[in-house]
Ligand binder design. Structure first.
Ligand code: SF4
Length: 415
């Protein structure tokens, strides 16, 4: 049974946006961030200049998913409401879900509930990055109510992958094989009788390049290398003859372009330019929101910054990529939330490419200081505003009077 065949399947919200708006504003909006945006994305206080990226924070897909979750809680006050896993990769938002009485089936906020916890009378919210088809079928068999917040940009990727499979092309996905979105996308290739191969980076792409051009180090070595990133029954001697490219929507755009160039070259070398169309397709599926945030950080890095603060979940792909971009140019601190800024001039941040956060002291120096700030697509403005206040407190600075007054304006509008 497909999504739409389930009678109790909801993809358009419940028309309760107005009712949940005050709560959404209180939980995620921030008057200081509004003020900075309304004043050229710059805040100056004493020796400190904060430059906020032109595009940052909640994207349209996340905004919609969070709205749906609040509407769902309001629409079904007497029923158990579950999230399959994190609704988005942001601790603050996921903790709010718990406070609202929404449970988690999997992941760090669940209590090992799993699908066994779900009953027919329950409501299950599917995350913005979607779920694998087999999980969807499982939900349908249980017969629970489904609220699907999968982002339209992710569904667009699925459509391409399904078409590749129907046309006999293997989907070559630039993404992380363990990321929820990529798992959901890969499942769509199999459902249409196709195959997939997931490459994470340029090193892995080079291996595929070698395999296509000249058989690489051999079939067995290839299968071993991509063990967790291929469809069942994948045979590199057969399933790399015709490939169609897709991306996890939040990858680094410059890297995705290099992946596409490398594989196009491999196919052209192997089959000749005149046969390219028979063996190679490409549809760039990085979403607009990801692109805009990556473009904005590049623009921000043109300013003379002393350091960059990137705010967003440590497991958020798009946030990690913002951090990667920034770190090539300036000292970059990726914090999960405003709680990463601690008293005593301490910061807990995740260095680029590392898994775990580390502590650093005296990260803010006295004297003129220019700080660039951006945030991933799943980071609410409230986290950004609190991080800025944390910086000011560390530097013993007050907000300029006009900013403080605007923030206490009873009209609630940043002037
Ligand atoms: S990052 Fe892109 S694909 Fe993901 S939810 Fe946001 S808009 Fe949708």
């Amino acid at each position: 049974m497909s999504e739409t065949e389930n009678r109790d399947y909801h993809r358009r919200g419940f028309g309760l946006r107005q009712e949940v708006e005050p709560e959404l504003e209180a939980h995620y909006r921030n008057a200081l961030v509004d003020w900075i945006c309304a004043h050229g994305h710059i805040l100056v206080a004493g020796d400190l200049t904060i430059r906020l990226a032109r595009e940052f924070g909640f994207c349209y897909g996340v905004d919609r998913a969070v709205d749906f979750a609040y509407e769902t809680r309001l629409r079904f006050p007497d029923r158990r409401v579950w999230l399959i896993g994190e609704i988005i990769h942001n601790p603050h938002v996921n903790e709010k879900m718990l406070e609202m009485g929404i449970g988690f089936l999997f992941g760090r906020y669940s209590k090992d509930n799993g699908y066994k916890a779900v009953e027919k009378e329950d409501v299950v919210i599917l995350p913005a990055f979607g779920i694998p088809l087999e999980d969807m079928e499982r939900m349908n068999r249980i017969g629970c109510t489904l609220v699907d917040t999968t982002c339209g940009s992710v569904i667009l990727v699925w459509k391409n992958v399904e078409q590749y499979a129907r046309d006999g092309f293997t989907s070559l996905i630039h993404g992380k094989f363990y990321h929820e979105e990529t798992m959901a996308t890969a499942s769509r290739a199999i459902a249409e009788g196709g195959h997939y191969l997931i490459v994470r980076n340029l090193t892995e792409t080079e291996m595929v390049y070698d395999q296509i051009r000249n058989g690489g180090p051999g079939r067995e070595r290839f299968l071993e290398q991509f063990d967790q990133a291929i469809s069942p029954g994948f045979d590199p001697d057969v399933h790399l003859e015709r490939i169609g490219l897709a991306n996890q929507t939040t990858m680094l755009k410059s890297e995705s372009l290099q992946v596409a160039d490398t594989l196009l070259k491999a196919i052209r070398d192997r089959y000749g330019a005149e046969h390219l169309a028979e063996h190679f397709r490409n549809f760039e599926t990085i979403c607009t929101a990801t692109q805009e945030r990556q473009d904005a950080i590049l623009e921000l890095l043109e300013a003379p910054l002393d350091l960059m603060l990137v705010i967003g979940g440590y497991n958020s792909s798009n946030t990690n990529n913002l951090s990667r971009i920034a770190a090539t140019r300036v000292m970059t601190y990726h914090i999960e939330s405003a709680r990463g800024i601690l008293p005593g001039n301490e910061i807990r941040y995740k260095p680029v490419g590392e898994k775990d956060p580390v502590a650093r002291y005296d990260w803010l120096k006295e004297g003129p200081l220019q700080i660039g700030i951006t945030a991933g697509a799943s980071t609410p403005d409230s986290e950004i505003g609190n991080a800025i206040l944390g910086i000011m407190e560390t530097l013993d600075l007050d907000l300029p009077v006009e900013v403080a007054e605007a923030m206490t304006d009873p009209s609630g509008k940043a002037t």
